[in-house]
Design a binder for this molecule. Structure first.
Ligand SMILES: *Cc1c(COP(=O)(O)O)cnc(C)c1O
Length: 381
């Protein structure tokens, strides 16, 4: 009720993915579940609880805003790490709540130290290093100053980290290798100064799969836990090293709506806005109450498919803000209220996340992250 579509998250599929990841990385390496971007559209609140049920206890978010949401629902012993945006005004809150955070500029490090001493607490920091992505991270010349501050009793040196640009494709091999060499060089500097971080980390899903040496003692994994691959190449690389030729991961998300209205259209009539679809025959169409305002991209106009009665049916004409029109001429028995699957299975048919994104040139990451928070999420078996 009160929603035109809903998202389901599969408990068993998630368990399958976590088991796969844990088995691959072993017991020695800590697993951080990346839940930025509203848990890649899966819904941070539901997803976090499901992950905790399956033994996850470390979570990575992008900003203080996301950490605030996660901090409200997480179990006390679960740890949070902010990998990006945090205002100096939010530092007091983060430190008070034992939230770990990246530092990549002296200003933030100084403020964190000041506030932590004032609150008589420890700021749990991860020192983020620039190694070649050229995004965020301390430059090498800043490190003597960083190391000096790290000796304070009010800073806990939780991590030394960086992010690798391009690990999703072997064509970036030299760039990744260069970054890794740089990272190791910088790690040595810290160690030579008797500064030992609890965790050393740089690997996302792609690096974890394609470059096992990048795992150090913590991996930050997002897309794999949701049952998708960072790139097709990563899947192919993985399968080529294995006996099996089947994908070990399972998509955990499904997105469903229902038929809102049904209409017959005569040959020669245009359908919906504009003149993007002209009926070449007498048609029967179903109106589905999901449009681009609900996360269904307008670029899927005349291209997208959905499942009704276990059959793949085409989206006709332009996707509207809140509705789309679907061809049901071949299944005239469809009636108002029947289930429409936008992502997921129905019978033996499936709409994959990539099929839902392909035509729009969106990556899996983007199509998922754009699903609005307003769509209700629920956990199913
Ligand atoms: C998003 C992100 C990850 C996780 O990436 P996946 O490809 O989804 O595994 C890891 N580290 C950082 C810094 C990120 O921003």
């Amino acid at each position: 009720m009160f929603a035109t579509s809903q998202i389901e998250i599969s408990r068993s599929a998630f368990k399958n993915n976590i088991d796969f990841i844990k088995k691959m990385i072993g017991n020695e390496i800590k697993f951080s579940s990346v839940i930025k971007g509203n848990a890649y559209g899966h819904g941070i609140r539901n997803f976090l609880s499901l992950a905790e049920e399956n033994g996850c206890e470390h979570f990575s978010v992008f900003s203080a805003e996301e950490a605030l949401i996660a901090n409200k629902v997480k179990k006390q012993q679960s740890q949070l790490m902010i990998m990006g945006m945090l205002e100096n005004e939010e530092l007091g809150w983060a430190i008070r709540n034992n939230i770990q955070f990246y530092v990549f500029e002296l200003d933030r490090l100084e403020k964190a130290l000041q506030i932590a001493s004032k609150q008589n607490q420890k700021a749990m920091i991860h020192v983020n290093l620039e190694t070649g992505m050229n995004r965020i991270g301390f430059e090498e010349y800043e490190l003597p100053e960083v190391m000096k501050m790290l000796r304070s009793e009010h800073l806990e040196f939780m991590g030394l980290c960086t992010h690798l640009a391009g690990a999703e494709s072997i064509t970036n091999y030299y760039r990744v290798k260069k970054q890794l060499i740089k990272f190791r060089q910088l790690i040595k500097k810290f160690k030579a100064n008797a500064l030992f971080p609890k965790f050393i980390h740089c690997a996302s899903s792609a690096a974890t799969m394609n470059y096992p040496k990048t795992r150090f003692n913590l991996v930050r994994i997002g897309i794999l836990q949701y049952g998708l691959w960072p790139s097709r190449e990563t899947l192919i690389q993985f399968l080529s090293k294995k006996e099996t030729h089947s994908n070990p991961l399972k998509r955990i998300i499904s997105w469903k709506s229902k038929v809102m209205n049904i209409k017959n259209v005569k040959t020669g009539e245009f359908i919906g806005y504009s003149n993007s679809y002209l009926a070449q025959e007498d048609l029967k169409i179903a109106i589905v109450p999901v449009g681009y305002a609900n996360g269904y991209s307008r670029s899927l106009s005349n291209h997208g498919s959905v499942l009704i009665h276990g059959r793949k049916q085409k989206v006709l004409g332009l996707v509207n803000m809140n509705m789309m029109l679907v061809n049901i001429t071949d299944i005239p028995q469809v009636k108002k209220g029947d289930e429409v699957v936008l992502i997921g299975n129905q019978g033996d048919q499936e709409i994959t996340v990539s099929a839902f994104g392909d035509f729009t040139d969106q990556m899996n990451y983007e199509s998922l992250a754009r699903l609005p928070d307003q769509i209700p999420r629920k956990i199913v078996d």
